[in-house]
Design a protein around this ligand. Structure first.
Ligand SMILES: [Fe+2]
Ligand SMILES: [Fe+2]
Length: 256
């Protein structure tokens, strides 16, 4: 089975890029299922119902989140019913620990986990949370979106769960790493990167971020309005005995 997984989607203009180009990317890689990280879609923080519906209608079968899962309060009203998975190590009654996705006779379990290094959020241990989940998950393939800052935490999680899950895919830094590999038949990349405006600092307006660093004054973040886009992701080729991963980067202009 071929699965396309896009890194963090930043800003609603990126949805327009997918409206124009998702089908051709799916065709190029002969994709069965498209997944994405959707934590930064709405103004860079969170996912509104309107944008969730837009991604759904484009054909995304599942969406993982991250530290911005609940940045838009309205998600509490729809997340239980949605094909969205929130970090399993957040302590909340909203949303699900595992999203099951069916494709023909196969079932994929999609898990989202938050790293704890450099995080102020009170989180359960991602390693022990994953141990518990694995006792109950029944699926042909298990994919974990590990949303974290520290490369060490992601890599340690990968080795710990290699052979037990199909893929550990890093997200959150918005910068794609070039370290994809397969070990113990588990696919890995430290970070898938992002899908969003190219001239930006991890998706946000360049000038306002420079101002933050120069002055220490934290004005509200705004998504960059550059109409050039970078689209980062990975293609997983999951089979019963041999899994593969490749990463890709594509560039589009909004009007293209
Ligand atoms: Fe993000
Ligand atoms: Fe994040």
């Amino acid at each position: 089975m071929r699965i396309l997984y896009f890194g963090d989607i930043v800003g609603e203009n990126t949805i327009k890029v997918f409206q124009k180009h998702l089908e051709e990317i799916k065709k190029e890689y002969k994709i069965n299922i498209a997944l994405c990280n959707a934590e930064n879609v709405t103004n860079g923080k969170g996912l509104s119902f309107k944008h969730y519906k837009a991604l759904k209608s484009l054909g995304f079968s599942g969406m993982s989140m991250g530290n911005h899962t609940f940045s838009k309060k309205e998600i509490k009203e729809y997340i239980d019913e949605a094909t969205v998975v929130r970090p399993a190590n957040l302590n909340t009654e909203y949303g699900k620990d595992v999203l099951y996705i069916k494709y023909n006779d196969k079932t994929i379990a999609l898990v989202n986990m938050l790293g704890r290094v450099y995080s102020n959020t009170p989180l359960d241990c991602p390693f022990k949370t994953m141990d518990k989940l694995l006792n109950n998950i029944k699926a042909d393939y298990i994919i974990v979106d590990f949303h974290a800052d520290a490369t060490s935490e992601k890599k340690a999680f990968f080795y710990d769960f290699s052979g037990k899950v199909s893929a550990v895919l890093g997200s959150h830094t918005h910068i794609q790493t070039s370290d994809e590999e397969v070990y113990n038949n588990t696919c890995y990349i430290t970070d898938m990167g992002m899908c969003g405006p190219k001239k930006s600092v991890i998706g946000d307006d360049v000038e306002s971020i420079i101002k933050r660093f120069r002055t220490g004054i934290f004005d509200p973040l705004v998504v960059s309005n550059d109409d050039n886009f970078i689209i980062n992701g990975v293609v997983l080729d999951l089979n019963d005995n041999e899994n593969k991963i490749i990463r890709f980067t594509k560039f589009y202009k909004l009007e293209d």
